[in-house]
Design a protein around this ligand. Structure first.
Ligand SMILES: Nc1ncnc2c1ncn2[C@@H]1O[C@H](COP(=O)(O)OP(=O)(O)O)[C@@H](O)[C@H]1O
Ligand SMILES: [Mg+2]
Length: 385
């Protein structure tokens, strides 16, 4: 008698264990009773998530229009799907594992539950498909966190955009105010003496040039800035040739301040990049080295290769940058008091453009400087593999 009961007892125990397991699992498990998937039930976790109770049929393929599961709506990428498109139903029809699929479930209360579902067919000993199961993992929390992060980023971007517009407006207003002042002065003049008129026109011309420079820098930082990854056209750039060419273009500017540009041994390195932008990058740094350099001084350019990267140094012996200023010089529109007052004619956008181009090439730019001694700007760019 006892011997006969044993297998039954075992079966009961394993059923209890399975039950306990189903109760404890912190993921949703669903299973059908046959291949029609007209009746599907789930473990307590899933029933809770779907706002259902034990015994409820949770199949959206249910034939009975009155069952509570008929109030569930399932969406993939915003499109409502039918019962036949659900992972369990598909697992039977296609006799293979389906998913993971991200499914947004609209619950009877109108709330949403986002899950990741994997469906699989269940076979009998003969290998025939007899039912199916699915594992349904909660994605709602992750979705919520993703959405919160996305919003935070959007707000931050919006804030930066507004600051940028405010700064740009301010910078554009200054030359316009100077132009207006000069025009007013000329209009009020009793006599039009040629010399003073030329001075007025020269002042206006300077500001127009400045406005033009400002606008082209702004265009680079805004329109192209957003599409840079699409616009960048990387090809093999010979860094030595590029620097030699840029230096040649800057000789006239250097001569005006009797500055000598020395190119110390440059490696013949190739790197992947967009020559137009890299030219702008080095041109901005070299222009600064001359503008903020010492009359009769020098600018020295050298490079070294290290760990698959090239480090290019541009060193001047000019005014240098104070400790207070150096953390800000790569910010848009930041100019030190002394360069503003000297009216050198910069836009304050040069180094912001440098930083952005370096970053877009997978590189970086840093500066080491001492006031009244000089500055060294180092551009680091990845080399061709
Ligand atoms: N080589 C340099 N030596 C000293 N100061 C520099 C040098 N390069 C840049 N700076 C400082 O950093 C500021 C920002 O540079 P940049 O973005 O090129 O703007 P801009 O040259 O138009 O003023 C400059 O106004 C200047 O004060
Ligand atoms: Mg500059």
């Amino acid at each position: 008698m006892n011997k006969k009961l044993q297998p039954k007892q075992k079966l009961l125990e394993s059923a209890q264990r399975l039950n306990a397991l189903m109760k404890a699992l912190p993921v949703g498990i669903t299973f059908s009773t046959d291949t029609t998937c007209e009746y599907i039930t789930g473990n307590p976790y899933l029933l809770r998530k779907l706002e259902m109770v034990r015994g409820d049929n949770i199949s959206i393929s249910a034939l009975d229009d009155n069952v509570v599961s008929r109030k569930l709506r399932h969406f993939i990428n915003g499109r409502q799907i039918t019962g036949a498109e659900m992972p369990m139903q598909r697992a039977i029809a296609e006799n293979k594992q389906i998913g993971p699929l991200e499914i947004d479930v609209e619950l009877p209360s109108g709330k949403h539950w986002v899950m990741e579902a994997i469906g699989a067919p269940v076979h009998d000993e003969m290998g025939n498909v007899v039912a199916s199961v699915a594992v349904n993992v909660d994605l709602t929390e992750r979705k919520r966190a993703d959405e919160a992060n996305r919003l935070e980023r959007l707000i931050e971007e919006e804030k930066q955009k507004n600051e940028f517009i405010a700064d740009a407006t301010h910078e554009l207003r200054t030359p316009l105010a100077i132009i207006k002042g000069n025009v007013d002065l000329a209009l009020r003049a009793k006599s039009y003496e040629a010399k003073s008129m030329r001075e007025t026109l020269n002042a206006i011309d300077n500001e127009v040039l400045h406005l033009d420079k400002l606008l082209s820098d702004l265009t680079l930082l805004t329109i192209e800035g957003n599409n840079f990854q699409r616009k960048i056209n990387p090809h093999k750039v010979q860094i030595r040739e590029l620097i030699n060419r840029i230096v040649k273009r800057h000789q006239t500017l250097a001569k005006k301040k009797s500055i000598e540009i020395h190119i110390k041994h440059l490696t013949g390195a190739d790197l992947p990049g967009d020559e137009r932008y890299l030219e702008k990058l080095f041109s901005n740094i070299i222009t600064n080295a001359i503008l903020y350099g010492k009359v009769g001084g020098s600018v020295r350019i050298s490079d070294k290769k290290l760990d698959g990267k090239i480090h290019i140094d541009i060193r001047d012996d000019g005014v240098g940058i104070s400790k207070k200023d150096s953390p800000h010089i790569f910010d848009r529109f930041y100019r030190t008091e002394s360069s503003r007052s000297k009216n050198i004619g910069g836009t304050g956008l040069g180094l912001a453009i440098v930083k952005w181009i370096a970053k877009a090439h997978g590189g970086s730019v840093t500066v080491v400087s001492r006031e009244n001694v000089g500055s060294t700007f180092t551009v680091t760019l990845p080399l061709l593999q």
